[in-house]
Design a protein around this ligand. Structure first.
Ligand SMILES: Cc1cc2nc3c(=O)[nH]c(=O)nc-3n(C[C@H](O)[C@H](O)[C@H](O)COP(=O)(O)O)c2cc1C
Length: 287
């Protein structure tokens, strides 16, 4: 079994530790940290083939933009650096975006840095200008990246409380065996127990956790259960970004366990889907 560990620490440890950080020390990132991050940015390709460009943007600009653009949802204190990312417009662009930026976020967590996904409208913003966003690219989210402050701001507490950030749905709400009418138990998940558990801990917009997984014999099917009306409120369908994030957690954990597999789009014809639930992709074992 070829076990692929991407980071210096085990992925399970990183995933369990990561959380959204909204209060930062104002201290800028060290040049070594910046260099390590930039090196990591140069190798980002999503599971659907899209390439994601990521750049670090410095503080003054970032703070000005955040106050102006994100209103109450994205109140971040003290961050001096932001990671800004764009993806080429394509069929599964938002999923590729989520997958790649989450890899950056997990890498940042592995070297002790805090982050927080922020979704918004960044069109024609200073962020878009700074990264040189082209017409064929989209910029759906950014993240502060920096040293977490041990003192949380009030707004940090309020945001975590409002989104119920420490809670996650239970296995039987998220994972299914064969079809949507049978829940998947941990023993039934077999070698996928840990990859699924790591997926369950993934961050998602407003902590909605829209991923639903159906395990077959040697395929694991990924579905997106859209929260009614959610995408309409936003510039981009952030739940598709959530899906890419979940794929990232699942794949990195599977690979680290030595499980061989690939992403493949072929909707199983025999599984009837609940309302508002859309097939996205399958993980096919052993190809
Ligand atoms: C795509 C996406 C967009 C998000 N947008 C925001 C945002 O604009 N502001 C914010 O404070 N948190 C945002 N979050 C963070 C979520 O609220 C957070 O991940 C969730 O509540 C789970 O908490 P945790 O990350 O601490 O585990 C976003 C998360 C994702 C995945």
């Amino acid at each position: 079994m070829l076990k692929e560990q991407l980071f210096a620490k085990p992925i399970t440890e990183i995933i369990k530790k990561r959380l959204s950080v909204r209060s930062y020390l104002s201290q800028p990132l060290s040049p070594e940290m910046k260099e390590a991050l930039s090196r990591f940015f140069s190798i980002l390709r999503g599971p659907f083939g899209g390439t994601v460009r990521v750049e670090l943007i410095e503080r003054d600009l970032a703070l000005k933009e955040l106050n102006a653009k994100l209103g109450t949802y994205g109140v971040i204190s003290g961050a001096s650096t932001y990671a800004v990312a764009v993806v080429e417009k394509a069929d599964r662009d938002l999923e590729d975006f989520g997958y790649c930026l989450e890899k950056v976020i997990l890498y940042a967590a592995s070297i002790g840095l805090g982050t927080c996904w922020l979704g918004g409208t960044f069109k024609k913003s200073e962020f878009a200008k700074a990264i040189g966003q082209e017409d064929h690219e989209i910029l759906p989210c950014i993240t502060p990246i920096g040293y977490p402050s041990s003192r949380k701001s009030l707004i940090d507490f309020a945001m975590r409380y409002a989104a119920g950030s420490k809670n996650r749905k239970s296995w039987n709400e998220l994972f299914f065996n064969g079809d949507f009418s049978h829940g998947l138990s941990e023993p039934e998940a077999g070698i996928y127990k840990t990859p699924l558990e790591m997926l369950r801990l993934a961050p998602s917009a407003s902590n909605k956790q829209p991923w639903r997984i159906v395990k077959g014999t040697n395929q694991t099917h990924f579905y997106l259960q859209h929260t009614k009306g959610y995408a309409k409120m936003l510039a981009y369908d952030l739940q598709r970004v959530d899906m890419g994030i979940a794929m990232c957690h699942f794949e990195l954990t599977a690979k680290e366990l030595g499980i061989i597999g690939k992403w493949h789009i072929s909707a199983p014809g025999n599984i009837s889907t609940p309302q508002d639930t859309e097939y996205i992709v399958s993980w096919v074992e052993g190809i």
